[in-house]
Ligand binder design. Structure first.
Ligand code: NDP
Length: 240
């Protein structure tokens, strides 16, 4: 029987590429999303991957989502904490709401989703938790005090949990993508995009598929000796 993978925010952008790559690699995949039903329905129609709606910012909803997926597909062996949002503003203009929304989704979301699946992984003595952090959690970014704090927190969470999971056969790793050609990045004016590309030594944006392949590797048995690691995939833009 194939292992079951849950990808949060798995219906669009990088998450969609991760869901598809895991399916192609032989996993049974569940893709969670927050509220864009249209995108989720189109994704399921195109890929056959089942989608499940809840917010990772809500602990009880994460626990209910875990139960629903495990009833439908079986125990979750692979968790990809990918769901993320931005609410950018220079700090002097950042509202408490902008701060909290980003922390609730991008940092608390990792606690909320990992905590419910953790006991099952411990019991079965196998698990993979893969957290999608960001280059901006490593280096900080103007206008993203909230996002940079959450994404740096994701790396600390990864390192601590890796130590707790090791003896139970659970690996916990983070991936830090640089600029990836998602809808968000492609929708910025071409001039701005060109100036971003100018700061990337390989001379181009990354692709969602390139991040997805990192996930497939970290999920595999071949990556069993890798835990607590931060895999940087940014075209050389920031050397952590
Ligand atoms: P998108 O905005 O394209 O997609 C976000 C996905 O997350 C959607 O499926 C969305 O659901 C879901 N989502 C948002 N909030 C929640 C929530 N509270 N609960 C559950 N699901 C939620 O994002 P990207 O593909 O650009 O980013 C994916 C991850 O990669 C994020 O963590 C981001 O921070 C990180 N990243 C992205 C980079 C980039 O260049 N794009 C660079 C570095 C890191 P719905 O469709 O319902 O809105």
């Amino acid at each position: 029987m194939s292992r079951v993978a849950l990808v949060t925010g798995g219906s669009r952008g990088i998450g969609a590429a991760i869901s598809v790559a895991l399916k192609v690699a032989g996993y049974t995949v569940a893709a969670n999303y927050a509220g864009n039903r249209e995108a989720a329905a189109a994704f399921t129609a195109e890929t056959g991957i089942r989608t499940y709606k809840w917010s990772v910012a809500d602990y009880d909803a994460c626990e209910a989502g875990r139960k629903e997926i495990e009833a439908d597909l079986g125990p979750i062996d692979i968790l990809v904490n990918n769901a993320g949002i931005t609410r950018d503003a220079p700090f002097h203009k950042m509202t408490a709401q902008q701060w909290s929304e980003v922390i609730d989704t991008n940092l608390n979301g990792l606690f909320n989703m990992t905590h419910p699946v953790w006991p099952g992984m411990r019991e079965r003595k196998f698990g993979r938790v893969i957290n999608i952090s960001s280059i901006n959690g490593q280096k900080g970014q103007f206008g993203q005090a909230n996002y940079s704090a959450a994404k740096a927190g994701d790396i600390g969470f990864t390192k601590a949990l890796a130590q707790e999971g090791a003896r139970a056969g659970i690996t916990v790793n983070a991936i830090c993508p640089g600029y990836i050609a998602t809808e968000m990045v492609m929708s910025v004016p071409e001039k701005v995009r060109e100036s971003i590309i100018g700061t990337i030594p390989v001379g181009r944006l990354g692709t969602p598929a390139e991040i997805a392949r990192c996930v497939v590797f970290l999920a595999s048995d071949d990556a069993g000796f890798i835990t607590g690691a931060t895999l940087t995939a940014n075209g050389g833009q920031y050397l952590a």
